[in-house]
Design a protein around this ligand. Structure first.
Ligand code: PLP
Length: 388
């Protein structure tokens, strides 16, 4: 069914067998990326085949890692709407502004894409128990797909995460552990229990397949824009899986002959209360330093250290992109602006992309005739405390 051939380390290039269970690269401890036989895929997997397929992310299954369709765990993730934000655009005097609304995914965020693929693949490889440290949305998504597979889910979240994130995991049957600390502390607590309970680690980029689910945002965007990518993509970056994933998707699509060489300039936006990628980008570093005292209302962006930091920074540089830090106050204003102008109840991470847009336009970095896509990565329904 698919063209998966092997895994390759994103840093040292080590090649590993795809049908064995791996977390990080056994040589250098960095993320592994899935590779496909794109030459062979090009001959049979044509763009026009897509019109015969269901409107969900599994329409790109030839370039997803699950080999046997019997293991696909799906709740209808992907193929979310790409809105031409005309009212908002008019207010801002900007014509080609688009919002990809990932809030419509199962469990209310784009985390569903990554975890649908990762849990399906884990299920196919015989894994019976999965574990995740999460700021909230990833935990809910993993709980949902683990439930669907009938495998055990253990989630570790900061104790100050909003209540709906905790309720969701409990309602979906996961074992919930709350930690006094940040996501990095949750990661440590989760790691301590892995061996003891025989759990598989589903942390962002610490296994090769979540990014494969998230890359489908890149495939979809190209398909929805009639195979013409936009000039700029603005992405709220935590662990960076979506950003790295989309960039990977663009390369794969070019090799499939689906798109040309044109690439969008990729923009990372973070909160100024936790901006390790923005700092590393402007300091021209290859790796980012851990951010101290990380604080932001945008829970998905409260990631003080990311294992894929060098991959994020590589994408920003290769694409001639940039990185912007925004205060929580301005993030909140922008979130409300999306709501009252476009009818989208956006999460603050999504609001941050509009704030970054306004900033970059004022700086002249975005030109009036360009096409810009903002990613609203989740719905605000689990963040209602922000309006209380
Ligand atoms: C996890 C999350 C992010 C960050 O996504 P990455 O791909 O890990 O950078 C952004 N927004 C929301 C709503 C999230 O849940």
């Amino acid at each position: 069914m698919n063209f998966l051939t092997h895994l390759e380390c994103g840093l040292c290039g080590k090649i590993l067998e795809a049908d064995k269970i791996w977390n990080l690269c056994p040589e250098c401890g960095k993320p592994l990326l899935a590779r496909y036989d794109l030459e062979a895929a090009k001959k049979v997997f044509k763009r026009k085949l897509l019109s015969t397929r269901a409107p969900d992310m599994w329409r790109y299954r030839e370039l997803l890692p699950v080999r046997d369709p019997a293991y696909i765990l799906t709740l209808g993730e992907g193929f979310t709407p790409l809105h031409h934000a005309q009212r908002l655009g008019k207010e801002l005097h900007f014509e080609h502004l688009f919002i990809k609304d990932e809030g419509l995914n199962p469990t209310g965020s784009f985390k569903a894409r990554g975890l649908s693929v990762a849990v399906s693949r884990a299920f196919e490889l015989g894994i019976t128990s999965v574990s995740i440290p999460s700021a909230g949305n990833a935990a809910g998504a993993m709980s949902a797909y683990a439930a669907l597979a009938g495998i055990e889910a253990a989630v570790f979240m900061p104790a100050d995460v909003p209540k709906p994130f905790i309720s969701e995991c409990k309602g979906l049957g996961a074992k919930v552990t709350l930690i006094n600390g940040l996501i990095t502390d949750c990661g440590k607590a989760a790691a301590e229990e892995l061996k003891k309970f025989g759990r598989f680690d589903m942390s962002t980029l610490k296994e090769p397949y979540r990014i494969e689910g998230k890359k489908t945002m890149g495939y979809e965007l190209a398909e929805q824009m009639n195979w013409q990518l936009p000039d700029v993509i603005i992405y709220p970056t935590g662990g960076g899986t979506g950003l790295i994933g989309m960039w990977k998707a663009f390369d794969e699509m070019e090799q499939l002959g689906w798109i040309g060489v044109k690439r969008p300039r990729m923009v990372t936006v973070q909160s100024d209360g936790c901006a390790p990628m923005v700092k590393a980008f402007h300091d021209r570093k290859e790796f980012a330093e851990t951010w101290q005292n990380a604080r932001t209302i945008a829970d998905g962006l409260r990631v003080p250290a990311a294992v894929g930091d060098f991959l994020i920074l590589r994408v920003l540089r290769e694409s001639n992109g940039t990185a912007v830090a925004i205060s929580d106050e301005i993030i909140m204003e922008a979130t409300n602006h999306i709501g009252r102008s476009q009818g989208i109840f956006a999460c603050p991470e999504g609001g941050a992309t509009l704030a970054a847009f306004s900033y970059l336009r004022k700086e002249g970095w975005i030109k009036d005739n360009e096409t810009v896509v903002l990613f609203n990565t989740g719905s605000a329904h689990k963040y209602s405390h922000l309006w209380e």
